[in-house]
Design a binder for this molecule. Structure first.
Ligand SMILES: Cc1cc2nc3c(=O)[nH]c(=O)nc-3n(C[C@H](O)[C@H](O)[C@H](O)COP(=O)(O)OP(=O)(O)OC[C@H]3O[C@@H](n4cnc5c(N)ncnc54)[C@H](O)[C@@H]3O)c2cc1C
Length: 404
């Protein structure tokens, strides 16, 4: 008889896990997937393109209903799990249904951080995490709508771009003194700022939001320095927090996220966690690639293998059309690291490579990111680069030609 496996969360990590299990151990598990959102799993990464009207809503679906049916998966979406009992080994859903499990996987992702500011409860303050958010933002953002986006990271920039494209008057407010400070150095961030401003987004850096002002609904954002920015809509994109409350209540070990070992196992026997809700070696990831790698490792283990997850070297691509930005690894450079920089402001090209002990450990590319994957492979493989270091900055084609 198949072993009951319950996956809590119906997002990108869960969908990939089911896919991997179906390919490796179909029939070994009776899989049930529980999703809070009232729809099939979709590609969250594409929400920025959906907001920018570059794709249709149907394009984000990861797998059609038939795909799940064909794999014998019981799908329960629109009903969040509200309790996990490790003693009786049951998961209870909000509608009262109880599902028994032999093994369970938390794949509950993250939720957006909402700053504890006065006025946050006013209608018109939104976050940008799921399809419901995109629908709500689009319903309010017509041409000429005044929007303040709070947060100059990847999500804030993509939201600002999408809204400006739709004709909204967008101001992006960022606490730090450069955009995407966790992925870009000063030079690349300044180039990005100019490109974003050229696309109609006003950028205000080093600006702390003090409160949201309005009587019946949002009217303005007030900054600590006293400036007031008129706003009909506010999109808050200041970071994410792992959804781990259910795991805490179940008695699992949780720091920031649900603590897992290299086998993605939590502190409880037969209970695992993957994706943004998991904390591995002290790190909670906020990108999809680690989630997919974790899903693949866990599926191999559930199929009887001995795979281990060593962590992921992160890489980021910004999805703002016409602005090509890539960053990976240690892009600032630890003490003692060397840097190769190629910068042509006229062409709008910037390439920075951080090297330590004859290996590429980080890179930032702005303007031309066509070799991004090649650089990422070099970083991940930790291959010595001494034999082609003089050509490294010029890209793969030059390196290959020199080697031929
Ligand atoms: C607009 C946007 C753009 C992005 N762009 C990129 C990008 O360019 N590159 C990149 O790598 N990453 C990007 N990301 C991040 C990426 O989408 C996430 O890393 C990825 O979705 C993580 O997968 P996950 O399964 O862990 O979480 P999710 O995809 O969030 O799935 C978790 C699911 O669990 C559900 N859930 C939570 N609690 C419960 C419960 N108690 N019961 C049942 N269900 C529950 C949630 O509702 C959610 O549907 C982007 C994210 C957003 C929002």
């Amino acid at each position: 008889m198949s072993e009951p496996l319950v996956v809590i969360g119906n997002g990108m990590a869960a969908a990939r896990l089911v896919d991997e299990i179906a390919r490796r151990a179909l029939g070994r598990y009776a899989v049930a997937v529980i999703g809070e959102e009232p729809r099939l799993a979709y590609n969250r990464v594409l929400l920025s393109s959906l907001l920018a009207d570059e794709i249709a809503a149907a394009d984000v679906e990861l797998r059609p209903a038939r795909w799940w049916r064909d794999r014998g998966v019981t799908l329960r979406y629109g009903a969040p799990a509200v309790a996990v009992d490790l003693g009786t080994r049951t998961v209870t859903l909000a509608d009262g249904t109880a599902l028994g499990f032999s093994k369970a996987v938390f794949a509950t992702g993250s939720r957006p951080i909402r700053l504890g500011l006065p006025g946050m409860e006013l209608p018109g303050v939104m976050t940008f995490r799921d399809i419901g958010d995109v629908d709500a933002i689009r319903a309010r953002a017509a041409a000429g709508t005044r929007v303040v986006v709070i947060g100059g990271g990847l999500l804030g920039l993509e939201a600002a771009h999408g809204l400006a494209k739709a004709g909204a008057r967008v101001v992006l407010v960022h606490l730090m003194d450069r955009l995407m400070e966790r992925q870009l150095d000063d030079v690349a961030a300044a180039m990005l700022r100019r490109a974003v401003e050229a696309r109609g987004v006003e950028v205000i850096l080093a600006a702390e939001t003090a409160r949201i002002v309005g009587s019946q609904r949002v009217e303005a954002v007030e900054l600590r320095d006293g400036r007031s920015l008129p706003a009909d809509l506010i999109v808050m994109a200041v970071g994410i927090r792992p959804n781990a409350e259910l795991a805490v209540a179940a008695g699992l070990r949780v720091n920031r996220g649900i603590v897992v070992d290299d086998g993605l196992a939590t502190s409880a026997e037969g209970v695992f966690a993957i994706g943004e809700c998991a904390e591995h070696r002290g790190q909670c990831y906020g990108l999809v690639e680690p989630a997919y790698e974790q899903a693949a490792v866990l599926a191999r283990r559930l199929a009887g293998g001995a795979a281990r997850y060593p962590g992921t070297v992160l890489a980021t691509n910004l999805k703002v059309s016409g602005v090509d930005v890539f960053s990976a690894g240690d892009f600032l450079g630890q003490p003692g690291a060397e840097q190769i920089v190629l910068h042509d402001p006229g062409l709008g090209v910037y390439r920075k490579f951080v090297i330590a002990q004859d290996r590429l450990i980080g890179a930032v590319l702005y303007g031309d990111t066509s070799d991004a994957l090649w650089y990422l492979d070099l970083i991940r493989a930790g291959r010595p680069i001494g034999s082609f270091r003089d050509d490294l900055a010029f890209g793969r084609a030059i390196v290959d030609r020199a080697a031929a």
